[in-house]
Design a protein around this ligand. Structure first.
Ligand SMILES: *Cc1c(COP(=O)(O)O)cnc(C)c1O
Length: 304
């Protein structure tokens, strides 16, 4: 280091890369890591709201399962991962943050194409909180399109392990954006909706909430929605949700760590119900933020 050395700027976010904490803009992985070359990785995203992680244990547990499913081993216990994530957030100073943990395949020795010989790698980063819907969209509801792009078959890539096989999502999203919608929901090829880029989907009809039970990542926010509905005695049905049933809903909403419960007021350019954000969606949204105060779900961060 030379005399020009200065304090790194961590304010835009911090990454943990192979044992070091670096400003997010400087974070990089080797081009030969199969995480990049093969999308060969498992990941998870947990959020920090007003200085505390929300449902950290649930995210760590799911991350462990996702890694095991893909025969990846981050080589760190949940408590060690917690320390790294906490340090990323602490260094950034962010009180509300989007925190990602990743395990990649790494790379096998030169000349080998045997994934068992690869040294798996762990990465993490904390950046400012990410909203899947902007403020206006959260107020008036998102406009989504049901894509004719099929979600990758669960028989090909297990959707219950959080992964980066997103070409279906991205192509679907591009089509939806081109058509003037704001986001996209993919189907299973049998006329049922499954999920969209980073979120689960829910329909409310005659007071009953329905969300797909297969072909989806079991979102932690989805779990929170189910538990919140139970706490309010709103019936929840886990099962198939046809595209037609979705269009005929009284209310539609999404769930994601990127903003919680997000209203949808148009599907395929047709108004859902009254065309306004409905009462079930509104009450679950309010409860989602209330639950952030609940000591059962928060892990408070000690900032320096
Ligand atoms: C992350 C993700 C979700 C939402 O999961 P949360 O734990 O609620 O954030 C849903 N579907 C896919 C494909 C995802 O990657």
């Amino acid at each position: 280091m030379n005399s020009h050395e200065h304090q790194p700027d961590f304010s835009q976010g911090v990454a943990f890369v192979r044992g070091r904490y670096v400003p997010i803009a400087e974070a990089a992985i080797p081009i030969t890591d199969w995480g990049f070359l093969r999308s060969d990785a498992a990941y998870d995203v947990v959020t920090v709201w007003e200085g505390a992680f929300f449902r950290l244990d649930a995210h760590l547990e799911r991350f462990e399962k996702s890694c095991a499913r893909f025969r990846l081993n981050p080589g760190l216990a949940p408590a060690q991962i917690t320390d790294i994530l906490t340090q990323c957030v602490r260094l950034s100073g962010l009180k509300s943050s989007y925190v990602e943990m990743i395990c990649t395949r790494g790379q096998p020795p030169w000349g080998s194409r045997d994934p068992r010989q690869a040294v798996n790698q762990f990465y993490a980063f904390a950046v400012p909180y990410v909203w899947i819907a902007n403020e206006e969209q959260r107020k008036r509801g998102l406009h989504v399109q049901i894509s004719d792009v099929e979600r990758i078959s669960p028989r090909s890539v297990d959707p219950t392990a959080k992964n980066y096989h997103w070409n279906d999502m991205t192509m679907g999203l591009l089509g939806a954006l081109d058509a003037g919608a704001e986001s996209v929901v993919l189907t299973d090829g049998a006329g049922n909706v499954v999920e969209g880029p980073g979120f689960n989907i829910f329909s409310v009809k005659n007071g009953v909430i329905t969300t797909p039970d297969r072909g989806v990542l079991e979102g932690i926010t989805r779990r929170t929605v189910i538990e919140m509905a139970q706490s309010r005695s709103i019936p929840v049905q886990l099962g198939t949700l046809s595209a037609d049933a979705l269009r005929a809903s009284d209310e539609v909403f999404l769930s994601t760590s990127g903003g919680g419960v997000l209203p949808v007021t148009k599907v395929d350019n047709q108004a859902i119900g009254s065309g306004n954000v409905g009462p079930v969606t509104q009450s679950l949204t309010a409860l989602y933020w209330e639950w952030h105060e609940d000591p059962r779900y928060k892990t408070v961060i000690q900032y320096a």
